[in-house]
Design a protein around this ligand. Structure first.
Ligand code: SF4
Length: 214
């Protein structure tokens, strides 16, 4: 039995999918359960979809009107954060359209938590498109080198790590607020070395704690 108190989501679909939920003064958007990576530490690969009391497994990917309905009024939220147990840039058009509409409805700040592999998947630089509607990116670095990254994040093929670093360089050109993150406590991950890497890229760094939404 879980010791976590089940939270009340902002809104659910008829299937009770949690699309938007509020924590820490932010509203978080859960728009896909799909990922490019298969991170060993990811709760969903341990059949655990509950994060901070919210069941984040989606049975259906929400369209833009459903996302907007789920958020309601974003004007009082500190940030709108695209973040869930899935990679939001896998639904780039939906993400951009939702972000634009939320901005029109008064969203103060829009952030995307991402694996940083959108350019790799798209075969082009999508960061200028993101920059039109997104104020900040939080990019999962997760390791200080490629071998460790591949071990923990299990990309579908080799080459993800250099693509991730290239994405950081591209994003930096267009989006002012970039943060690299790594999870403290994963075997072999040196948080100071990850922070040094972020420093060399001239972007911010944040140490994360496993299973904490942020
Ligand atoms: S990118 Fe995030 S959601 Fe996807 S597998 Fe890794 S930890 Fe899980």
């Amino acid at each position: 039995m879980s010791g976590i108190t089940r939270q009340q989501p902002v809104s659910e679909t008829a299937d009770t999918d949690v699309i938007a939920y509020r924590l820490h003064g932010n509203v978080y958007l859960n728009i896909t359960s799909r990922c490019t990576l298969r991170c060993r530490f990811c709760p969903k690969f341990n059949r655990e979809w509950e994060v901070q009391g919210y069941l984040l497994r989606l049975h259906q990917e929400p369209d833009v009107p459903t996302i907007l309905d789920a958020v309601g009024d974003p004007a009082n939220d500190r940030e709108v954060v695209f973040c869930g147990l899935g990679e939001p840039t896998l639904r780039l058009e939906t993400l951009l359209e939702s972000a634009a509409a939320l901005r029109e409805r008064g969203a103060k700040r829009i952030r995307v938590n991402t694996d940083g592999l959108a350019n790799w998947r798209a075969g082009r630089d999508v960061t200028p498109e993101l920059a039109q509607h997104v104020d900040a990116l939080s990019i999962s670095l997760n390791a200080q080198n490629e071998a460790l990254y591949d071990r923990h994040c299990r990309p579908p093929e080799t080459g993800a790590w250099p693509e991730l670093l290239e994405f950081v360089l591209c994003a930096r050109e267009h989006i002012a607020d970039i943060t690299l993150t790594a999870i403290d406590g994963l075997p072999g991950v040196d948080i100071d070395a990850c922070a040094d890497l972020a420093n060399r890229f001239n972007v911010k760094f944040r140490r994360r704690v496993l299973d904490e939404v942020g």
